[in-house]
Design a protein around this ligand. Structure first.
Ligand SMILES: NC(=O)c1ccc[n+]([C@@H]2O[C@H](COP(=O)([O-])OP(=O)(O)OC[C@H]3O[C@@H](n4cnc5c(N)ncnc54)[C@H](O)[C@@H]3O)[C@@H](O)[C@H]2O)c1
Ligand SMILES: O=C(O)C(=O)C[C@@H](O)[C@H](O)[C@H](O)COP(=O)(O)O
Ligand SMILES: [Zn+2]
Length: 383
């Protein structure tokens, strides 16, 4: 039985950053800082007192953080039911989607109740899509626990799963009602995963914030080290994303800039079988380096800028070349077929995010496929 909220007050804390995604009646807060998972109950009960909460999470995150969240929810008079999935990109598929939806229905998550996505971007995208579909839509809260999820996937309402035809091809725009980014959770995140998320942080600098990219070049060790710079990088990233999403929720215009590095990156991720061989942020790092190399090869941006992008990504330990991906990949035709399924394709015409320089990315529509093919042929040669 659902219980009324016992106590739904949250003590104001100095070490919190709060941002708002302005979307009219779908507006919501992003709260960033340490210790937020322990406050999840009070913060969620303040929005939906007495709700049942289906907590979708993966085994890695459950082992480390589920207990804190369940206790917090119960203490606030909420009724949690955990729904566990296997960690990793392969869980963003139809079969696991069905399992999650079934488990949420079995837990009697009704309209007026909530889904809580506790984990990285895989859990966020999967749980968000389940929430969008369940009973034609229930509310959901994002509690991102990876760097990638805290700076990118928990904000903006893109939810979905992969198909055999490619990445994120089935999904819905469904905004969360709250994002709780507990920066303390990052203390348990493996280094490779932190690096992967860092690629999306660097992306915001490369899109339209050259001073932020320069700041990251100087401060990246502190961001990795966990000092105040880490929270600053997360907050700057979320502010960038919130601003774009508020302007263009459904990517009819400049939200596509957030796809910098993703047209190449998604094809490589799919080509590597959505496996541990290539994490999403690693694919984006290669894709961003490629977008800058392609732009430089077309005379659109200085070679020096492309070199600077690659140097920074490599300095933090991210891959920047196809040759950095272990194992076999599809041939160039295969990669072109995957690129042809990109959601930015319109009537067969390719759209890429290209750059006139660092912080000067732009949307290039109707890019000549033969130029992309020729570029990929060169990129595939071992250096
Ligand atoms: N919806 C969007 O706007 C958007 C944006 C960017 C990326 N994405 C998607 O996000 C996914 C990638 O997200 P990700 O990099 O977070 O991957 P992920 O969800 O697979 O998480 C990375 C790994 O870290 C583990 N993990 C997460 N938090 C942890 C913690 N605090 N301690 C220990 N382990 C932890 C997970 O179990 C997993 O093994 C991709 O599917 C990508 O397409 C979506
Ligand atoms: O939020 C967006 O918009 C983005 O493009 C953010 C990307 O980092 C993210 O990987 C997103 O899921 C890609 O979107 P898609 O529409 O290309 O699937
Ligand atoms: Zn991404």
């Amino acid at each position: 039985m659902n219980m009324p909220a016992a106590s739904a007050s949250v003590a104001p804390a100095a070490n919190r950053t709060q941002l708002r995604v302005g979307l009219g009646e779908r507006s919501y807060d992003i709260v960033i800082g340490p210790g937020l998972l322990a406050e999840a109950g009070a913060r969620i009960a303040a929005l939906r007192p007495g709700a049942r909460v289906g907590i979708v999470t993966d085994h890695n995150v459950a082992d480390r953080h589920l207990g804190t969240v369940e206790t917090a929810l119960r203490e606030a008079g909420l009724s949690p039911t955990p729904v566990l999935v296997a960690p990793g990109e392969k869980s963003k598929c139809f079969a696991v989607f069905e399992e999650v939806v079934d488990a949420l229905l079995a837990a009697r998550i009704e309209r007026g109740d909530l889904v809580l996505a506790l984990g990285g971007g895989v859990v966020g995208d999967l749980a968000g899509f389940a929430a969008a579909a369940l009973r034609r839509g229930v509310d959901f809260v994002q509690a991102p626990t990876s760097l990638l999820a805290q700076v990118d996937s928990s904000v903006g309402g893109k939810t979905g799963i992969n198909s055999r035809h490619g990445k994120n091809l089935v999904g819905a725009f469904h905004q969360p009602i709250l994002v709780l980014a507990d920066t303390g959770a990052l203390d348990t995140l493996p280094l490779r995963e932190f690096r992967s998320g860092y690629a999306e942080v660097a992306k915001y600098g490369l899109i339209d914030n050259a001073p932020f990219f320069a700041w990251l070049e100087r401060k990246w060790q502190a961001v990795f080290g966990g000092g105040p710079e880490r929270i600053e990088a997360i907050a700057t990233s979320c502010a960038s994303k919130a601003a774009v999403v508020s302007r263009d929720e459904k990517e009819t215009g400049d939200r596509a800039l957030l796809n910098l590095g993703h047209t190449f990156g998604h094809a490589l991720e799919a080509g590597a079988g959505f496996s541990q061989r290539l994490l999403h942020g690693e694919a984006v790092a290669i894709g961003m380096a490629q977008a800058f190399r392609f732009s430089a090869a077309q005379g659109l941006c200085a070679q020096g800028d492309a070199a600077r992008v690659e140097a920074h990504l490599r300095s933090v330990g991210l891959p920047t070349r196809i040759a950095d991906i272990p194992g076999a990949l599809p041939d160039t035709d295969g990669l072109m077929a995957l690129i042809g399924q990109d959601k930015k394709v319109s009537r067969g015409a390719l759209t890429f995010i290209l750059a006139r320089g660092i912080g000067q990315s732009y949307i290039a529509r109707d890019v000549d496929p033969s130029q992309i093919r020729a570029f990929l042929e060169v990129e595939r040669q071992p250096s």
